[in-house]
Ligand binder design. Structure first.
Ligand SMILES: N[C@@H](CCC(=O)N[C@@H](CS)C(=O)NCC(=O)O)C(=O)O
Length: 305
């Protein structure tokens, strides 16, 4: 996977962003427009298209939000092949991993349409505007929030719970959603030790919280739950072994495991989950983490109970 400079894609892999202490830092998303009822990107059914990959947890948030808000007909989707190449995320000519929207063969071709020329990583997910023929946003946190502008489904960011939602998001993103990557991509023992401790402190805190309330922010499902779920779905099959987050598994936390299965059982959510793809993807060949690319057989976990 490469990087784009002034609208031109370069295949040299910049590698995960690492600071001097061997710590992984995720680059900030750069295309940050918004769909709002004030425009110019109006919430209109049939206007937007989502580019995703099954294995990407950030794309997964957007897919779940689309299901929970009932926007399947309003917003169309292209699924990239769930394995990155030196062309980044790529598409086939036909079939489930093709792009019905523009027929691109790689996501960088979508980024190449931005004016002025885009510089940065060509990440998933991408929210594309058919009308102005440009990307609205490549930041999943913004994308899930802006889908609320369509005014369908439950309010996932209700006024009276915003402080609570913000507090959980601010804790869960660095320490857990991205924390597992900080553990898995650490280049030093120290960086790993810090990251893995934060992962489990956060899971412990969530387990405590779920003793008192059914959902993170209180008595209704919110954006905070949707942002947490992709990490839970990948944890036992992938992060536990591939990223060495192995103090405990999600199934070892009674309240958290019941909560994870409750989200999985919501209409449309199971259809956004691909456990085999997570296992294969995170255990794919990597010089630093898994040089032989051997994929473990287990674990055997039943999410439908
Ligand atoms: N902040 C972004 C991060 C997205 C992201 O890092 N996506 C990964 C896949 S899981 C990606 O596409 N990486 C490609 C690259 O870094 O070149 C978001 O949440 O939307």
């Amino acid at each position: 996977m490469g990087v784009m400079i002034d609208g031109v894609y370069h295949t040299d892999d910049p590698g995960p962003d690492t600071t001097e202490g061997g710590e992984f830092k995720r680059a900030e998303a750069k295309i940050r427009d918004w769909v709002t009822t004030d425009g110019p990107f109006l919430p209109e059914a049939g206007r937007y298209h989502l580019y995703v990959a099954w294995n990407c947890p950030w794309a997964h948030r957007a897919l779940i939000t689309r299901e929970v808000l009932g926007l399947q007909d309003a917003i169309s989707v292209s699924y990239a092949r769930p394995r990155r190449t030196d062309q980044g995320w790529v598409f086939d000519e036909n079939g489930e991993y093709s792009d019905p929207e523009m027929g691109v063969s790689a996501i960088h071709q979508v980024y190449a349409r931005q004016t002025p020329g885009y510089t940065g990583r060509c990440t998933m997910p991408v929210l594309w505007d058919r009308e102005t023929r440009q990307i609205v946003s490549n930041e999943s946190a913004d994308v899930i929030r802006m889908l609320l502008a369509f005014g369908t489904g439950p309010d996932l960011y209700p006024e009276h719970l915003r402080d609570e939602i913000d507090r959980w998001n601010a804790r869960i993103y660095p320490n857990l959603n991205n924390g597992v990557y900080r553990a898995g991509f650490a280049r030093t023992q120290e960086a790993y030790d810090v990251a893995v401790a934060e992962v489990f402190e956060t899971l412990d805190a969530i387990e405590d919280r779920l003793q008192d309330t059914p959902w993170l922010a209180g008595d209704q499902i919110t954006e905070a739950d949707i942002r947490l779920f992709p990490t839970l779905a990948r944890f036992d099959v992938a992060y536990h072994s591939a990223f060495k987050c192995n103090l405990r598994r999600i199934i070892d936390y009674p309240a958290l495991w019941a909560y994870a299965r409750r989200i999985y059982a919501l209409p449309g959510v199971a259809g956004t989950v691909r456990f085999e793809i997570y296992k294969n993807g995170y255990h794919s060949k990597s010089e630093l983490r898994n040089p032989l690319g051997i994929v473990p057989a287990g674990p055997l976990i039943d999410w439908t109970t």
